[in-house]
Design a protein. Structure first.
Length: 190
């Protein structure tokens, strides 16, 4: 945990080593019928920047294991310049959490808006497609320390949530169904 070097910590890398930014102009073919940029275009760019950042840190191929909730705060317009800034927030054993901040700039007015921040969990794999250990992370700023601890907390919350979801088991029982569905906007026609 301190900066003292041991054979194990010799392979640690600083966050700055893999920080990556992708910038792309939003062209008309990226838009939906409402004239705004498709959410899927942004997700694809986010996956790309997460991959580059994770692979740089891992020194290996990485796959996307999961994506935390992606909330689009503002629509992105055709003609805007989108920048996606990625950095490693947390490393586990074979997994890494990449934090991505997405901003969009109107190139005529230079007005910049924050469209979303998301977290991608990537897992490193070797050439035999086996999961492989990733280098540890050197935290050099208070923000990097905060992001590491926040990512660790989110991981614990997700694990508890996953366990709770696994417990959900709805027996098809008329009385229980009627109780659960009371006030909901559905009609049973089965
Ligand atoms: C993600 C994947 C590598 C996990 O494989 P696995 O055999 O379950 O591996 P393990 O259980 O040993 O977990 C490996 C690591 O991944 C993490 N992990 C696995 N599933 C996860 C999930 N859904 N969300 C977050 N982390 C996950 C584990 O916590 C573990 O982290 P750690 O080593 O840092 O402790 C595997 O399911 C996979 O290859 N999935 C397909 C990924 C892919 O193709 N993505 C692109 C989609 S098109």
């Amino acid at each position: 945990m301190t900066s003292t070097q041991t054979p194990e910590t010799a392979s640690y890398k600083p966050v700055s080593f893999s920080q990556t930014t992708i910038t792309e102009l939003m062209i008309p073919s990226y838009s939906n019928f409402g004239g705004k940029i498709h959410g899927g275009i942004l997700l694809s760019l986010m996956d790309k920047v997460a991959y580059v950042c994770a692979a740089k840190h891992a020194g290996n191929y990485c796959v996307t294991a999961s994506i935390d909730a992606v909330n689009f705060l503002e629509p992105v317009e055709v003609g805007e310049l989108v920048s996606l800034m990625a950095s490693i927030n947390y490393v586990g054993n074979t997994s890494l959490v990449v934090g991505i901040r997405v901003i969009s700039e109107n190139v005529k007015t230079n007005k910049v808006k924050h469209t979303n921040t998301s977290y991608f969990t990537m897992v490193a794999k070797d050439e035999q497609n086996k999961t492989v250990k990733v280098p540890g992370l050197i935290l050099e700023t208070n923000d990097q320390i905060r992001r590491f601890i926040e990512a660790k907390s989110r991981k614990e919350i997700k694990e508890n949530y996953r366990k709770e979801v696994e417990q959900i088991n709805v027996p098809i029982n008329n009385e229980l169904c009627m109780q659960e569905l009371s006030g909901e906007r559905c009609i049973i026609s089965a």
